[in-house]
Design a protein around this ligand. Structure first.
Ligand SMILES: C[S@@+](CC[C@H](N)C(=O)[O-])C[C@H]1O[C@@H](n2cnc3c(N)ncnc32)[C@H](O)[C@@H]1O
Length: 273
């Protein structure tokens, strides 16, 4: 008999990122709160994992603007905006992330208004922000449409939203997760689809099963339909994303696909209210 589990999605998210903070693994062994720790986190994220991020995600474009990050994690990206002169606020569900991110702003002496709050019920008045940024977050919350509606609500008219989600039609999802992990390794015989997808999130210290959803360009555009203008970019493609097949693919071919914004793991929507 098949057993189905009812998950409390928000509790699973807190469980996941309390025990394994997002982006922490590259800086293991360093003291949280020390500059060495945050420098290692940055190096891992912006030089090793995703060198495209700093420009694509527009960290330096909003000096003097009021910016909210929804789901700030360890505060890594939010700190980039703040260091470029944005006036930053942030919300996250995880008390551990709040602690690590707050410590970062204290360590470097930059101001930030960081709060424990739910993306689906933002604590701010309508039209508060010039920019709302969220990367790798709203696909983990059960009512993603509600989170998007909240982002739209707290933006000023003419404000900008930058929204990053996982891409369904990516090499990583199709080849590594679905084909290799779920089907060829026969995971579908012993665990749920949800559990296999949850393994996308690095997990070492808990048995959490965070909700993971993936979006096509079309479904993302539908979520964002309240915005006046939406442009969607696609980024992040590497040979290992193709699983065992990747070994046979020439690097130049993969780079060409990436430059054509095909099969990348992230969809990034840039929206105007
Ligand atoms: C994969 S991490 C991404 C963190 C950060 N944006 C980054 O890119 O490093 C997902 C984050 O979303 C947060 N999160 C998940 N659901 C949330 C919700 N409903 N409201 C606020 N934060 C949420 C988690 O606590 C976690 O910090």
């Amino acid at each position: 008999m098949l057993t189905t589990y009812a998950y409390d999605d928000k509790r699973e998210a807190i469980e996941q990122w309390t025990h394994d903070p997002c982006g922490f693994s590259g800086a293991q062994g360093l003291e949280i709160g020390s500059k060495a720790f945050y420098e290692r986190v940055d190096k891992n994220r912006y030089e090793e994992y995703a060198p495209w991020m700093k420009t694509t995600l527009e960290f330096a474009k909003f000096p003097g603007k009021k910016l909210l990050e929804v789901g700030f994690g360890m505060g890594t990206d939010l700190f980039q905006f703040a260091a470029s002169g944005s006036i930053v606020s942030g919300v996250d569900l995880s008390p551990e992330h709040l602690r690590i991110a707050s410590q970062r702003f204290v360590t470097y002496g930059l101001p930030a208004d960081l709060r424990l709050a739910d993306a689906e019920a933002l604590l701010f008045a309508d039209g508060t922000f010039d920019v709302v940024y969220t990367f790798g977050v709203i696909h983990h919350t059960p009512d993603t449409q509600r989170a998007v509606d909240e982002i739209h609500r707290v933006l000023k008219p003419g404000g900008r939203a930058i929204v990053g989600v996982y891409h369904r039609y990516s090499a990583f999802f199709l080849f590594s997760v679905l084909l290799e992990s779920y089907l060829l390794r026969l995971r579908f015989l012993r665990e749920s689809y949800r559990r296999t997808l949850s393994r996308i999130e690095h997990r070492q210290h808990s048995d959490a099963c965070p909700l993971v959803k993936v979006y096509s360009r079309r479904s993302l555009r539908h979520l964002l339909r309240a915005f006046r203008d939406v442009r969607i970019e696609c980024a992040h493609l590497d040979r290992p994303h193709f699983g065992i097949l990747g070994r046979c693919l020439p690097e130049a071919f993969v780079r060409r696909l990436e430059s054509r914004e095909t099969l990348g793991w992230y969809l990034i929507a840039k929206c105007t209210k």
